[in-house]
Write a protein of this length. Structure first.
Length: 487
């Protein structure tokens, strides 16, 4: 029996697809990578996932897992060989349980993030993971990349929001780890190992996630600063003044707003960016808590007033309504991306740094970029509270984007080398996939690569789960190559 015949017996003829009907799913979200697959398979249960893995293992066929296909690093795109099967988890989309007493929700990996948010809200709870693609990205992908988003400052990354997992191993076994425990000290933490592994160690099919009380009061403001260091000082003041209520602190360089104003003039802006000083910055800040709106607003304006007194902020627009709040978040989550898409591709970086070194990093990296690429336009925004910057670089005015993209590797070297120099990471929340795979030996130690290779080899010795992603070599060779680098 052929593999495709076996797959059809497992999931049914209607759920094994090939040819032109799967072509759109063989291209990544940024349209940088296009692969091939002998079939797309849509299992309808965890047991079917296990059976598919066993059949593929017997045939020695690689498996690439895909959810919403919104990833930015190419991790969900098969290679060009056409050997792999694309395991699409869209049918694993059930909300299995909500435990209001335990504040947990158990969902399948194919659930769209917004679907989980809405199910939690219907139960008068909050699931706080929030990002621009929440209407199409899936929980499996969020966990596979350890997604962050705009509320990490208070609630943490996807890993912090997960209590238990259900995982299909490389052998097709099912690990039933859907525990709603906040304390479980009975050995190695397999949950945290699978989260962030981008489908290379096992296939996450379901998760038990943390829920929180719905906030009764929210306060939002768009604040301007003369310099980045002022924003960092204000972050410290805000943490002290707001405590755990500080939910979001999104930083946006004034150059980004000027870019939006020029590229999408129809998009409403909360301020006139032409009035911002050179080197100016803005921040979108938000608090949420269970106090009354009156008390929350009083604390909010009090902290802003203190910041004014200390000369940390120049101006602040406080959202006066729910619609104004949504408009401010729309600028951050959609407006900036829309402006970049209209102008054309730029060179993107997803980096993180210690807050204490952030200003020095930005100053140094900007100077180095201008030295090598005069007139280039860095567009910097991100999650200041956790040191995560989206450091994108557009072509100088008058230079075609396609011509500037020819310099992509040199721009990456400058930004990533400077990030590493200042103690940062070249990937904060987007993962490694294929896009950053070959950069790891440059920025991770030989021992780290050895340990990663040993884990991969132990959990997937045949290298059938998303091969070629994260690690660029056969797991059995990883330790040998890493040792050679130190010889």
């Amino acid at each position: 029996m052929s593999l495709q015949q076996a797959l059809r017996q497992i999931v049914g003829d209607a759920h094994v697809l090939s040819g032109e009907e799967i072509a759109p799913l063989l291209v990544d979200a940024r349209r940088r990578y296009t692969g091939r697959a002998q079939a797309l398979v849509r299992p309808g249960s965890t047991e079917e996932v296990g059976a598919v893995v066993r059949a593929a293992r017997e045939a020695r066929v690689p498996i690439v897992v895909q959810g919403g296909n919104t990833g930015l690093m190419g991790a969900a795109t098969p290679d060009k060989s056409g050997r792999a099967i694309l395991l699409h988890l869209s049918r694993l989309n059930r909300i299995r349980a909500i435990d209001a007493y335990n504040d947990t929700i158990t969902v399948e990996a194919g659930c769209v993030l917004q679907q989980v948010q809405e199910a939690a809200r219907d139960a008068q709870r909050l699931f706080p993971l929030s990002l621009g693609a929440e209407g199409s990205c899936t929980i499996g992908g969020n966990l596979g990349t350890n997604a962050g988003g705009t509320q990490v400052l208070r609630y943490g990354n996807a890993r912090d929001l997960t209590l238990g997992l259900e995982v299909v191993t490389a052998e097709g076994e099912i690990w039933h780890g859907l525990r709603g425990l906040r304390k479980d000290n009975t050995g190695y933490d397999l949950r945290d190992l699978y989260i962030g592994s981008e489908g290379t160690l096992g296939i996450i099919t379901a998760a038990t996630l943390k829920l929180f009380p719905l906030p009764t009061a929210q306060c939002t403001a768009f604040v301007s600063f003369p310099a980045l260091d002022h924003a960092l000082q204000f972050l410290g003041l805000a943490r002290k003044g707001f405590g755990a209520a500080l939910t979001g602190f999104e930083i946006i360089a004034a150059d980004v707003l000027r870019f939006v104003a020029r590229t999408t003039p129809q998009y409403p802006l909360p301020v006139d960016p032409s009035l911002a000083p050179a080197g100016g910055w803005y921040a979108l800040i938000e608090t949420s808590n269970e106090q009354s709106q009156e008390i929350a607003s009083e604390i909010f304006t009090g902290v802003l007033a203190e910041a004014f007194e200390h000369g940390l902020i120049e101006d602040a627009l406080v959202a006066a309504s729910g619609s104004q709040r949504l408009a401010l978040w729309g600028l951050r989550e959609h407006g900036i991306s829309e402006a970049q898409n209209i102008e054309g591709r730029n060179i993107k970086h997803d980096i993180s740094l210690p807050l204490s070194r952030l200003t020095a990093f930005v100053d140094t990296s900007l100077a180095r970029l201008q030295q090598h690429f005069p007139g280039c336009r860095p567009l910097i925004f991100g999650h200041l509270g956790d040191g995560n910057l989206h450091f994108n670089v557009s072509a100088p005015l008058g230079v075609a984007a396609v011509d500037f993209l020819a310099e992509e590797s040199r721009v990456h070297d400058i930004v990533h080398d400077t990030t590493h120099e200042f103690g940062g990471s070249i990937s904060a929340e987007h993962g490694i996939g294929i896009a950053k795979r070959d950069l790891l030996p440059r920025y991770k130690s030989a021992l780290e690569l050895q340990l990663m290779g040993r884990i991969k080899h132990a959990l997937d010795p045949l290298n059938l789960l998303n091969p070629g992603k994260v690690l660029n070599i056969e797991p059995s060779q990883c330790e040998q190559v890493a040792k050679a680098r130190t010889a």
